[in-house]
Design a protein around this ligand. Structure first.
Ligand SMILES: N[C@@H](CCC(=O)N[C@@H](CS)C(=O)NCC(=O)O)C(=O)O
Length: 213
C-alpha cells in the first residue's frame, strides 16, 4: 500500500488532527509542511486550506473527510464509532467545533495573539476583549460536556476528542483562555489525560507558539 502523505504545516490545528488520526491508528505517514495556498495545497483544496492528503492516486481535502477516509481504510481502533448514536454524537462535536468554535477560539481569539494586528505590533486589545466572553462560554460548554462521560461524544475516545485537543493546546498558553481552562476542572482533567496519549505527544509542533494557521 502507498504511504499516506499529509500536507500542511505542523502548527496548524487541522493538520495536527489528521496526523493524530494516523498516530492513533498507527498508519505510516509522511508530513509535507507546505503552507496554505502553496501550489501543493491549491492542487487539492479548492480554497487552498490545509491539510490535504495524498494516498497513492487518491487526493483529498478537509480534515474531517481525511479523518473519515483514514478511519475506514485502515485497521486499528475505530475513531468514528459505528453505533449510530455514538457516531452521530462524534459528528455533532466535530461539526460544532469546526463550524462555530474554531471561528471564536482560533480565528478571532488565538490568531489575534499569534499574528498581532494592532497598530503598535501588539495584539488588538479591543478585538480580544470583545471575543473573551464567548471564548469563556465555549470553554464552559466543553467543560460541562466532558464532565458527563469523560469525553466529548460520551464515554469513549473518538475523533471528536482528537479534533478539539490541538485547539486546547494553544488555548492553555494565552491569558484569558488559560485562566478559563484552569478554572474548568473537568476540562483540565480531560486535557491532562488526553495530552499524555502518544498521538498527541508525537505531533507537538516544533515551535508551538509560532503559528496556529
Ligand atoms: N474546514 C477545513 C479548515 C482548514 C483550515 O481552516 N485550515 C487553516 C489552517 S489551521 C488554513 O488553511 N488557513 C488558511 C486559510 O484559511 O486561508 C478543514 O477542516 O480542513
Amino acid at each position: 500500500m502507498p504511504v499516506v502523505e499529509i500536507v500542511g504545516p505542523a502548527p496548524s490545528t487541522y493538520t495536527r488532527v489528521a496526523r493524530m488520526v494516523c498516530e492513533e491508528k498507527q498508519i505510516p505517514y509522511e508530513l509535507k509542511q507546505s503552507p496554505p495556498h502553496s501550489p501543493d495545497v491549491d492542487a487539492i483544496h479548492p480554497f487552498g486550506k490545509v491539510p490535504v492528503m495524498r494516498h497513492g492516486d487518491f487526493e483529498l481535502c478537509e480534515s474531517k473527510a481525511i479523518s473519515t477516509y483514514l478511519d475506514l481504510s485502515f485497521p486499528g481502533p475505530k475513531l468514528i464509532p459505528t453505533e449510530p448514536r455514538q457516531a452521530a454524537l462524534t459528528e455533532q462535536w466535530v461539526s460544532l467545533v469546526n463550524t462555530k468554535m474554531d471561528g471564536t477560539l482560533v480565528r478571532s481569539y488565538l490568531l489575534n495573539y499569534i499574528f498581532p494586528k494592532g497598530s503598535d505590533g501588539k495584539p488588538d486589545r479591543a478585538v480580544i476583549d470583545a471575543v473573551v466572553p464567548q471564548v469563556e462560554k465555549e470553554i464552559a460548554l466543553l467543560d460541562r460536556t466532558v464532565a458527563k462521560g469523560g469525553y466529548l461524544a460520551g464515554d469513549s475516545f473518538t475523533l471528536a476528542d482528537i479534533n478539539v485537543m490541538p485547539i486546547l493546546a494553544y488555548l492553555k498558553n494565552f491569558p484569558e483562555s488559560g485562566a478559563a481552562i484552569a478554572a474548568a476542572k473537568s476540562l483540565s482533567a480531560y486535557y491532562d489525560r488526553l495530552s499524555a496519549r502518544p498521538s498527541f505527544l508525537n505531533t507537538v509542533p516544533q515551535r508551538p507558539q509560532a503559528k496556529a494557521s
